[in-house]
Every structure is written in C-alpha cells, then in structure tokens.
Design a protein around this ligand. Structure first.
Ligand code: B3K
Ligand code: ZN
Length: 890
C-alpha cells in the first residue's frame, strides 16, 4: 500500500474554472458527460482520477483526443494541452451495482451521491482533491415517473419534459467548490418546506426530503435547520448564502450526513423522528447533526481544506460549533442556574464521548495528531481524534482568546480566506493575530503542537501549603508518551503542549477560596493556569489551611489529570464543588476507584462487596436538593467499561463488566427506596416534548428503573412491564424494554421483544433499535447474533442494519464478544471480510474493534492477534482494512 504524506503536498498545475456535468441517469448504466474549462498554471500533463468507470470518449476543444491520453489504473493522463483548453469526457458507471455507497449509488430506488473524501472519481474523471475549486452547472435527465425529483447543488434554473417519458433539470451553484461537495439526488421523494428571511432580509427556501410515507417525521429536522440558521447569524454573524437549502434523508448511508453545498444528504436516522418512534437521544442527535452540516456551509464549504491532512480544519471547528449550538439550545429559555446546569450536562456528554472513543484511539496503533502526517486511506481518518479532539483544540483557543476574542478571530479567518482552500496553520494564524493583540508579546507557537503531536498529555498536580506564610503553591507537570509512529527510531522528541488548566481551591468545608496571586491578580473562584513548559508553579496567597483542589474545571484541556485525592476529598468535591463539571468528575473518579478495586478483588477470587461510603456518596447525589434531573442522571451513571478499561494495566473485559453490573445492582438494592422515589418524581405526563428538562427527567427515571432491575429489587419487573405497555414515547418504551432484556427473566424478555418487533416491523429505524438491544444484551452470544443475521429483516448491505447488529455486538457487548473460546473474535473476522467485499469503508470501521488487542489479558490478546493476522493475509483485502489491521499488528 502507498503512504501519502503531508510534506509531499504540491499544488495542482491547472485551474478548472467551470465544470458542466450532464447525467443520463439509469440505475443499471448511467452516462456522465463532463466539460471542464482548464487553464494551465504549472508544469506537466493533466492527470485526472477515476475509479470503476468505463471511459467512452475524450475530446479537447471539440477534437477527438485519442492517442494523446492514456488510462493507467485509476488515472487518466492528457498530454499536449495548450494554456487553455475545453476538455470533454464521457464515461459510464453502474449505480445499482455500487454497494460501497461512495460515488453515485441507488438506495430504495433513489439515486444518491457521496463524494467526500474521494468518491467524485467514481462519478467522472476529475482531479479529485479539495484544492481544485470550480463553478458547477449540472443537467440531470431521468425517467419522470420513477425519478420525479431531480436535485443538485445551488439553484434550479430550468426544468423541461423530454421524449420517452424522461425529463431534465438544470442546476447552477453560484459558489466555487471542490468536487467533494458535489451532490445529486433523483427519485420519488416527499418533502416539507418553510421560508425564512435571513438577517440581511433575503428570503430563503428550506426543504427536507424523505421517502414517501415519512412526511410526518420531518418536522423536527426542519425546525432544527431553522434554529441552526438563526444561531449562526447571532453567534458568529454568518448568514445563509444560498436562496435554497435542502436536506435529503437516505436509508443507505455510510456515516451520519454530508454537507454538500446547498444539498445536504443525511442518514435517515438523523432526519426522521416522531415521539412514538424516536428517543430523546435521537431528537438531540438530529438537532446536532443538522446543525453540524449546516455550519459546514461556512466552515468547510466557503473556506475549505487545502488537502485531506487538514481535515480537522473543517471537522474540529464544525464539531465545536455544533457543540456550542446544542449547549445554547439546551440553555435557551432557562433561568441562569438551570442554563448553567444544562451547559454542564452537554459538556459532560461530550467529554464522556471523548474519553470513551478518542482517548483509546490516541493511545493505540491508529494514534495520530489531529492533523495527521500520513495515511494510506483517507477514509480511515474520519476519526474521533480529527473530530472530537479537534473540537477540543478549537475550544482551547476559545478559552485562551475568550469567546469574544474567538469570534473576532473567526471573523479574521473569513476575511483572509473566504473562497479559498487552506490549512490548519492558516486558521491558527488568524486566531493568533487576535491573541497577540490582546496579549502583547505572546503567541500560539507552543499551542500549534496540538496539531502536530499525538497522544493524551498527563498533567501531574502537586499542592504545597505553608501555614506560616499562608501560601499555597500549585505545581503542574506535563508529560506525553510517544504513541504510534512517534515510537519509531528517529522520530523527533515530544515537546510540551500549551495547556489551559482551570483550577479552583476549596476549604475543608467545601467553600470556594478567592485566588490571589503574588502579582496581585485575583479571581473569585476559578483561575486559568497556562502551562506551556514541562512544569510550572503558581502561588496563591491568604490561604489558611491546605485546600482541596478542583482540577481541570469544565475540562479546559483534553488531558489526563493525576492527583492523589483521598476518598474523603472526592466525597467533599461531590457534595460541594461549585464547578458542576468538576463535581461530576469527582463522582466518576470515586466510582472508577471502587470498580477497579473490586475488579482486582474479583480476579483474586474474593467476593464482591460495595463500600458503605460509596453508597452514601451516591445517595447524596440522588437526594441532594437543588440538582436538576439531567445533571443528576449523569452524576449517577457509572463510568463506561471503555473508560474504565483505560485505567487497567491489562484489560479483563468480562470481569470488568461483571463488577460494573454488580456495582449497579448493589446500588439498586442499597438505595431502592430512593430510586423508587426518583421513578415517581420524574414522570413526564402530557404531550411528549424532547426539551432538555423533560428529557432529563426521563433520563433519571429510566436510570433509576434500570438500577432497580439490575438489583433485582422487588416490584421492579412489574414496574418495567407496566412502563413498556403504557409508554407514550419511544424513550420510555425502549428503556423499559432494555431493562427487561438485560436484567429481567428470560420469558418476560422474550415476550416483550416479540411484541416490540410486531409493533414496529415497518419502521426501519426502530427495527435497528430492536437489533441493537439484542446485540448488546447480557446473555447474547455469537450464536444468538448469527441467528439474528438469518432474520428476514437483516441485511449486511444496509450500513445502519449492519451497525445495529454486527458492530453493536463486537463493540458493545463485552460478555458475548470477549468469550474465552475466541468465538467472538472469529465472528469479527468473518464479518470484516464479508463487509469488505461490499463496502470497505464500513468494513474498516468494524476492523478497528480489535485495535487495542495488546491491552487485553493474554488469554484474549493471543486469539485476537490470530484473527487479525488471518484478516491481514486474506487475498484481495481492501486498502481500507489493510491499513487498519496492519497498523494494529505493527
Ligand atoms: N464531512 C462528512 C464526512 C464524510 C466522510 C466520508 N468518509 C460528514 C461531516 O463530518 O459532516
Ligand atoms: Zn463534519
């Protein structure tokens, strides 16, 4: 496999001002005529990319170019072009045979495209790279009955009926764009629309398209889009620049959604929702993903990436923007205290994701900086690091510049780069111009290392208190182990990061101490320490006794904190920390300690017992006055197995899962009355609303129900069955079902599962939930999953379905997947290979399930290594999967 390196970037030696595409759409055989206005700007022939295309003809300036072009594998080389040329290429492709869902494909009888990162080359020959930006005009022709809607980017300029029952539509996109933002959709679709005025007074048309019959499920999506448009105007003064903005839901889609200019294509799971069929989590994901794709219109589309190494330029920034959007939407309309709590809940959810998905990646064989230095297959680098850690790196810039400074920095970025394809460094330079204005003599040179170095830094904290001088000294020391390629001989030594570290100090009663530094600088309760060297010290004055530190408040940097708290200090922080994020964190640390200790005891054959103090700490959160339900639910959720595993020297996933379950059960029994009270106190009668207050109540109520079920507490099963039967929304129904399936008796569980399928068999998104529930259930084995794969509703070709069963089992079922007999791993290998033959991008995602094999106990790591080797040596393996398994075995 060929490794592509960032340092080898060369500009493309031609400009392509305009692209005209004519499609004669036929599922079996589609013809594409492409006309390019080409101008030479550098040296060499015109080299175009193409994949799985049949080349029909090549003309230059109206003359047949035969003899002056060559096709070599996936490139088409044209020689002898003058300074300016009109290149016309005709090619054919087979959309209905396209199971990879990259390029032009058919889903449910509808044509869709997916071009990012390198799918446009499966549609026509073109320089498939983001720094070639052109104006597109597109003509779509298809049978009018089967494909009544013909959509592409920009504005519809003409429609006409043709002979033989065909029709055509002409679209023009006024903005130059890279080819990865091209899109078309053609088929029979229903839609919902609204019109709004942007803040400069232009009227715009917003539309959400979906398959016939689903029109009742697009209202929330359309409203989310309206909210996103408003938010970007308010927060960053960014206005919708098109007359028309469309979203189309696809049943077959490789990921969440795609930000094609003016024509976003979405996985139906992030568009369709109603109270009966969608959960609170679905509603909030829809709003977030619609926001995310809409925000790309500026951060990604108006300013795009020079090359794919710069992916985080648009993704990290846009994830940050969607996180802020969601936080603002959650806080909207609440009083100050409730709003602050809602924001903390969002912050907690984002950090939980980061720790479960990105921290392990950053320590494993696929570790890479948010701006990777090299790749074999770019499709493998749409990672938690590029996205979620990328967002943290943007957030730190906002923290260092302040929100107002960050807004100025972003305006400066657009002033400099609107209409260009740029680099991460260009972004930081724009931010730095504001930072240097506001902080004379300082710059972001150390900060830039977040873009070039991988790994999660560890910050060790030490506190010294001197009673005589009443001074407290805080020392921060950072280190970051080399990871991935950084371990290879000759790799440059790792440099310190610029870490904004928010800290508070509490007295023994848990009251905040004012933080006065020797230079007279004083803050009320949170100080932002900027660590830019290996270690540094800060001294605070007027402190009578050794304080309890509240560390990394609001998770001010993506690092791991090391500080030796006593259990007593953690319990104090859990009760009193004025920073709600740090308060949550204290509980998580305490729980982590308790579960890890119990796991060690279990491995040594000692019986499980939960310490009284821990139970009391949990009771205090469950019953403390003044906490809202959403926050309480997060604070009472035990850390996930994935997060816990990162703390173990060698991971024994079954022991860990068992102890976590036992802990849950013990909490259920010990605090049964309090959990029951929480169930009663958090009912949400009346019409369903996905607002954060109601969703928070359901989250707490359903956590309480699951905990009671885990503890096999009297009456819990009846409670769950009752809730299942009478639920008026999917959140409650699915939660009850999940509790029954995981902790209930086999017969009751089988009965409700059958009932659920019976009710929902015609709704694919709910059938996905049904598969997921079984894939992740305690008690499910490879045999169960193989049985489910023979169910008529199962198909490996539909990514949502494959994810709901195969991925969920391999990634989220520790008991079933990590069987000592290796059956889970052999199943994994067979599914990676089966998927690879259909859809390499999806197969490579599943392949990553064994990334961290070296971290497991030897009884498991050895069989994992064997199946990895088996997959690697499989003939005809895709470049995608090859890269993943080879790196895992390196
Ligand atoms: N930009 C797309 C991701 C495309 C991934 C293709 N392998 C979705 C998003 O991040 O908004
Ligand atoms: Zn994105």
């Amino acid at each position: 496999p060929v490794t592509i390196r960032r340092q080898n970037y060369l500009p493309f030696p031609y400009d392509i001002a305009t692209v005209r595409l004519e499609f004669d759409l036929d599922p079996a055989d589609t013809q594409v005529r492409s006309q390019l206005e080409v101008r030479r700007t550098g040296e060499g022939p015109l080299v175009l990319n193409g994949e799985d295309l049949e080349l029909v003809s090549v003309q230059v300036d109206g003359r047949d170019w035969a003899g002056r072009y060559q096709v070599d594998g996936d490139t088409l080389t044209l020689d002898g072009l003058g300074t300016q040329a009109r290149v016309e290429i005709v090619s054919r492709c087979r959309p209905e045979a396209n199971s990879a869902l990259m390029g032009l494909y058919v889903s449910n009888g509808v044509f869709f495209t997916q071009c990012e990162a390198e799918g446009f080359r499966r549609i026509t020959w073109f320089p498939d790279r983001p720094d070639v930006m052109s104006r597109y005009s597109v003509v779509l022709r298809a049978d009018k009955k089967r494909f009544p809607q013909l959509l592409s980017n920009g504005n519809l300029v003409k429609q006409a009926d043709l002979a033989d029952g065909r029709h055509e539509a002409h679209w023009e996109d006024p903005f130059p764009k890279p080819c990865y933002l091209f899109a078309l959709v053609a088929g029979a679709l229903t839609w919902r629309e609204s019109r709004m005025r942007t803040r400069s007074g232009r009227e715009v048309l917003l539309q959400v398209y979906s398959d016939p019959g689903s029109e009742g499920k697009t209202q929330y999506a359309l409203e989310s889009l309206e909210r996103a448009v408003r938010w970007d105007e308010r927060r960053f003064s960014l206005e919708l620049d098109l007359d028309r903005f469309m979203i189309v839901a696809a049943r077959d889609f490789n990921m969440g959604a795609m930000e094609n200019k003016g024509l976003n294509i979405f996985n139906a799971a992030y568009v369709l929702a109603d109270p009966e069929s969608a959960t609170d989590a679905n509603f909030s994901a829809i709003e977030a993903v619609i926001g995310h794709e809409y925000f790309h219109n500026w951060t990604g589309n108006r300013v795009t990436c020079r090359d794919w190494f710069q992916l985080s330029l648009k993704e990290g920034l846009t994830v940050f923007r969607d996180q802020e959007f969601t936080a603002d939407m959650m806080a909207q309309g609440l009083d100050a205290q409730a709003a602050a709590s809602a924001r903390t809940v969002k912050r907690i959810d984002d950090v939980v994701t980061l720790r479960a998905a990105q921290f392990p990646e950053d320590a494993g064989p696929m570790a890479h900086p948010i701006r990777p230095e090299s790749y074999q297959e770019i499709g493998n680098f749409y990672t938690a690091t590029v996205y979620e850690k990328g967002a943290e790196v943007i957030r730190m810039q906002q923290t260092l510049l302040t929100p107002a400074g960050f807004t100025r920095g972003l305006a400066e970025y657009f002033r400099r780069h609107d209409g260009q394809a740029v680099t991460c460094d260009d972004f930081v330079a724009a931010m730095e111009s504001v930072y240097a204005q506001d902080h004379p003599g300082r710059d972001l040179s150390v900060f830039r290392r977040w873009y070039s170095q991988a790994g999660t830094p560890r910050v060790r904290v030490t506190i010294e208190h001197d009673a005589a001088t009443r001074r407290c000294t805080v020392t921060l020391a950072q280190r970051c182990e080399p990871v991935g390629v950084e371990r290879l001989p000759g790799a440059p030594a790792k440099q310190p990061f610029h870490i904004p570290f928010a800290i508070g100090l509490l007295d023994a009663q848990g009251r905040p101490l004012p933080l006065k530094q020797a230079d007279g600088h004083e803050v009320r309760d949170t100080a932002l320490l900027e660590l830019t060297t290996e270690h540094a010290q800060w001294t605070f004055e007027n402190i009578d006794a050794r304080p309890v530190p509240s560390l990394l408040r609001d998770f001010s940097a993506p690092v791991i904190v090391e500080y030796d708290y006593t259990d007593h200090e953690l319990a104090l922080l859990m009760r009193h920390d004025g920073n709600a994020f740090a308060r949550w964190e204290a509980g998580q640390q305490l729980a982590t300690r308790v579960i890890l200790a119990a796991t060690r005891e279990r491995q040594e054959g000692r019986p499980f017992a939960l310490h009284r103090d821990f139970i009391e700490a949990w009771r205090s959160v469950l019953t403390a006055p003044g906490l809202d339900a959403a926050y309480r639910a997060r604070a009472l959720t035990l850390p996930s197995e994935k997060t816990l595993a990162e703390h173990m020297a060698k991971v024994d996933p079954v022991a860990l899962a068992a102890v976590r379950d036992e802990t849950l059960g013990a909490l259920g029994r010990a605090l049964a009355d309090d959990w029951r009270a929480a169930v009663q106190a958090n009912q949400t009668p009346g019409d369903y609303s996905p607002d954060p207050i109601s969703a928070g109540k359901r989250a707490l109520k359903n956590l309480a129900l699951a905990t009671l079920m885990a503890g096999r507490v009297d009456g819990a099963t009846e409670q769950a069955l009752g809730q299942y039967d009478t639920a008026r929304n999917m959140t409650d129904r699915l939660s009850a079902l999940s509790s029954l399936v995981n902790f209930g008796a086999a017969d009751a569980s089988a009965r409700v599962l059958a009932d659920f399928y019976e009710r929902w068999q015609d709704d694919p998104l709910v059938v996905d939930k049904w598969f997921t529930l079984q894939a992740t259930a305690r008690g499910t084995t490879v045999q169960t999953v193989e049985g489910l794969m023979t169910h008529p509703a199962f198909s490996l070709r539909n990514p949502n379905r494959a994810r709901s069963l195969v991925f969920q089992f391999c990634l989220n079922n520790p008991y079933g997947f990590h069987r000592a007999d290796g059956s889970g791993y052999r199943y994994w290998a067979s599914q990676v290979l089966a998927l690879d033959a259909l859809n390499p991008e999806i197969a490579a995602r599943l392949a990553r399930a064994l990334d961290r094999w070296v971290r497991y106990v030897p009884e498991l790591s050895e069989p994992m290594r064997q199946v990895l080797q088996q997959v690697r040596s499989h003939p005809g393996l895709s470049r995608n999967v090859t890269e993943i398994v080879s790196k895992a075995l390196e």
